[in-house]
Design a protein around this ligand. Structure first.
Ligand code: NI
Length: 164
């Protein structure tokens, strides 16, 4: 396994719509392992392939309940509303409150190429939406209606476990 370089805003790969993964080949399985290792090391609770310079539809997440890898993820249902303060591994030193659905159903393929579903709420729901946004070229500050709510923080002095 290896630690990958996390690209930061405004790298153009973060603004691109990522391509679907056609087949879960060994290279994708290796990328999943490397992305998880990179996410844990950062540390963060979610990472999307464009954040490591790969414009493909793949995300990894672990909010402390075990690793999730999802290929070609899609939100199939959502309801409710919540606003959580988000930090992003590709936007170091930035935090912003982002309004998203509080409950989402997400479907995709796991690392074995098998179709899986997740019903997520709270932090996990936000992390899924944040990561899937990365696949569509959207970063969290794009979703902040009032730019005065974007805060500049020194991450080294903040708890880092919720960067996504
Ligand atoms: Ni992010």
């Amino acid at each position: 396994m290896s630690i990958l370089k996390i690209v930061t805003y405004p790298n153009p790969v973060l603004a691109k719509k990522a391509k679907a993964v056609a087949k879960v080949i060994p290279e994708i399985k290796k990328l999943i392992k490397d992305m998880l290792e990179t996410m844990y090391k950062a540390p963060g609770v979610g990472l999307a392939a464009p954040q490591v310079g790969r414009s493909i539809r793949l995300i990894v997440i672990d909010i402390g309940e075990g690793p999730i890898a999802l290929i070609n993820p899609k939100v199939t249902a959502k309801h409710g509303e919540q606003t959580l303060v988000e930090g992003c591994l590709s936007l170091p030193g930035i935090e912003a409150p982002v309004k998203r659905a509080s409950n989402v159903t997400v479907t995709g393929l796991n690392e074995k190429g098998k179709k899986v579903n997740y019903d997520a709420e709270g932090l996990l729901a936000t992390v899924f939406q944040h990561e899937i946004d990365h696949l569509d070229g959207i970063v969290c500050i794009d979703r902040v209606a009032d730019p005065s709510l974007i805060k500049h923080v020194v991450f080294d002095k903040e708890p880092k476990e919720e960067r996504i």
